[in-house]
Ligand binder design. Sequence first.
Ligand SMILES: [Zn+2]
Length: 88
Amino acid sequence: MIENGLAPILDGNAAAGLLQDIFVPEITTAQIQCAACGSAAAVGSLRMYAVPMGAVLRCTHCDGVLMRAVHTPVGRWLEMSGARYLRF
Ligand SMILES: [Zn+2]
């Protein structure tokens, strides 16, 4: 685990439980492409910033935000505007 002074930083595998609640297939092996730099990688290889309500997953090449996943009292939310695609 890496500390940035604000939130613990883990790899994308640490988000597996949260993301598996959203996706039925194995999410950590799915390929995701960064909209900012075009690099593609497995979701499990992304850098995870743990936040109180969920996770922010960032590109390991350009640090762009690829996914935000949170669990709130009114539902589970997934925002992926920083990704071009997610391939299972
Ligand atoms: Zn990137």
